[in-house]
Design a binder for this molecule. Structure first.
Ligand SMILES: Cc1cc2nc3c(=O)[nH]c(=O)nc-3n(C[C@H](O)[C@H](O)[C@H](O)COP(=O)(O)OP(=O)(O)OC[C@H]3O[C@@H](n4cnc5c(N)ncnc54)[C@H](O)[C@@H]3O)c2cc1C
Length: 307
C-alpha cells in the first residue's frame, strides 16, 4: 500500500484527506515540516480499515490530537498522520456521574460539559489545550489532579485494527505515562467518573486555575506546555532558573523569561533550534545540579530510522 492507494481508500471511506500538509499548522509549537498524507478519521470502522491498510503496506502512522505536546521535525513526517476528526468529539452521560467522551473532543469542551451538568472532578483540566485522547495517552494533569483520578474505561483500536477495552486497572496511568505509550493502540473514547458538585464552586475553581495559567505561563508565544517532566522532589522550572538559563536562546527558541519550565517559539524557531536548546538546558542542569530533565514534550522523528 503506497500513499496514493491509502489516499484512495481514505476517500472511499469518506474521510477528509489533506495532501502535503505542514505539521506546523497542526501543532501548538508551530514547527514541523510536511506530511504527505493527513487523514481526518470519520468513524471507528474507517480507523480500523486504515490501520490495517497501513500495517499491510508497512506504512508508518501516528495519531495527532491538538498537537499540544509535540515537537515535529523540520523535515516533517514520512508516514500518515491520523487526526481524530469531528466525528470523534461527542460527549454523553451514561449514568448519574459517568461521562463517555470521544477521543477527539477537546478537554475544554468536556470541562464546559461537566460545568453545565454540575459535575466536579475535571476542574484541573480546564486550560489544558489538548484532546481527550492526548490527555489519556499523557495522563495529563495539573494543580493536583490528573486523568488517573477520573478514568474508568478507555476504548481503543489496536495495531491490527481490533477494538479493545481497557479497564481502570489496565490503563497503566502514572506521572505523564500510560499503557498506550507502550502498546501503540489508538484511543477512540473514554469513560470518566465525576461527582455531583456545586455549579458556582466548579465555575469559580475553573476560573481561578485559568487565571493562574494566564499569570504564570507564556501563553502569548507558541509552546507545547511544560517542556520537561518534574524530577523527583523538584520543579524543572526552578532548577532551570537557578542555573541561570532564563531567556537562553537558540535561533527562534527561548527558555521563557516568564516561566523557565517552558521553551517557547519566539516567532521563527525551527525544530532543530528547539532540540538544541533542550539539550543545552539538560546538559547544564545535569552538570550543575545532578538532575536529569526528561522531556515531557514528545519529539517526533521524521522517520523511524532518524531518531
Ligand atoms: C499552553 C499549554 C499548557 C499545557 N498545560 C498542561 C498541563 O497543565 N498539564 C498537562 O498534563 N499537559 C499540559 N500541556 C500539554 C498538552 O496539552 C497535554 O499533554 C495534552 O494532553 C496533549 O493532548 P493533545 O491532544 O494535544 O495531544 P498531541 O500533542 O496531539 O499528542 C500527544 C501524544 O499523544 C498521542 N495521542 C494523541 N491522541 C491520541 C489518541 N487518540 N490515541 C492514542 N494516542 C494519542 C500522540 O500520538 C502523541 O504521542 C499544555 C500544553 C500547552 C501548549
Amino acid at each position: 500500500m503506497n500513499t496514493e492507494k491509502l489516499c484512495l481508500l481514505a476517500n472511499q471511506l469518506g474521510c477528509e484527506v489533506i495532501r502535503n500538509g505542514m505539521l506546523r499548522d497542526f501543532t501548538t509549537f508551530k514547527v514541523g515540516g510536511e506530511c504527505p498524507l493527513i487523514i481526518a478519521i470519520n468513524s471507528e470502522e474507517s480507523l480500523s480499515r486504515l490501520i490495517c491498510a497501513c500495517a499491510d503496506g508497512g506504512m508508518r502512522y501516528m495519531v495527532l490530537g491538538k498537537g499540544s505536546n509535540m515537537l515535529c521535525d523540520d523535515k516533517g513526517f514520512d508516514g500518515v498522520i491520523l487526526l481524530m476528526g469531528s466525528a470523534f468529539s461527542q460527549i454523553e452521560m451514561i449514568g448519574d456521574c459517568l461521562v463517555r467522551v470521544n477521543a477527539g473532543c477537546s478537554l475544554m469542551k468536556l470541562c464546559r460539559f461537566a460545568l453545565d451538568n454540575s459535575l466536579t472532578g475535571l476542574e484541573f483540566a480546564y486550560g489544558i489545550p489538548g484532546t481527550v485522547g492526548g490527555a489519556v495517552y499523557m495522563n495529563a494533569g495539573a494543580y493536583g489532579g490528573e486523568i488517573k483520578d477520573i478514568a474508568e474505561v478507555v476504548y481503543a483500536v489496536d495495531g491490527s485494527g481490533r477494538s479493545r477495552e481497557f479497564k481502570r486497572d489496565e490503563l497503566g496511568l502514572s506521572y505523564r505515562g500510560s499503557v498506550f505509550q507502550k502498546n501503540g493502540c489508538i484511543i477512540t473514547s473514554a469513560v470518566f467518573r465525576l461527582e455531583k458538585g456545586d455549579r458556582e464552586q466548579i465555575s469559580a475553581k475553573m476560573e481561578q486555575l485559568m487565571s493562574r495559567r494566564r499569570e504564570k505561563q507564556p501563553l502569548e508565544f507558541p509552546n507545547a506546555g511544560s517542556t520537561f517532566k518534574r524530577p523527583a522532589g523538584q520543579f524543572a522550572g526552578k532548577l532551570i532558573q537557578d542555573c541561570g538559563l532564563r531567556g537562553l536562546t537558540v535561533g527562534g527558541a527561548q527558555v521563557s523569561k516568564k516561566h523557565c519550565g517552558f521553551v517557547i517559539n519566539t516567532g521563527n524557531a525551527t525544530s532543530e533550534d528547539i532540540k538544541t536548546l533542550i539539550k543545552q538546558v539538560q546538559d547544564t542542569v545535569l552538570e550543575k545540579t545532578g538532575f536529569f530533565l526528561e522531556c515531557e514534550v514528545r519529539i517526533i522523528p521524521y522517520s523511524d530510522t532518524n531518531t
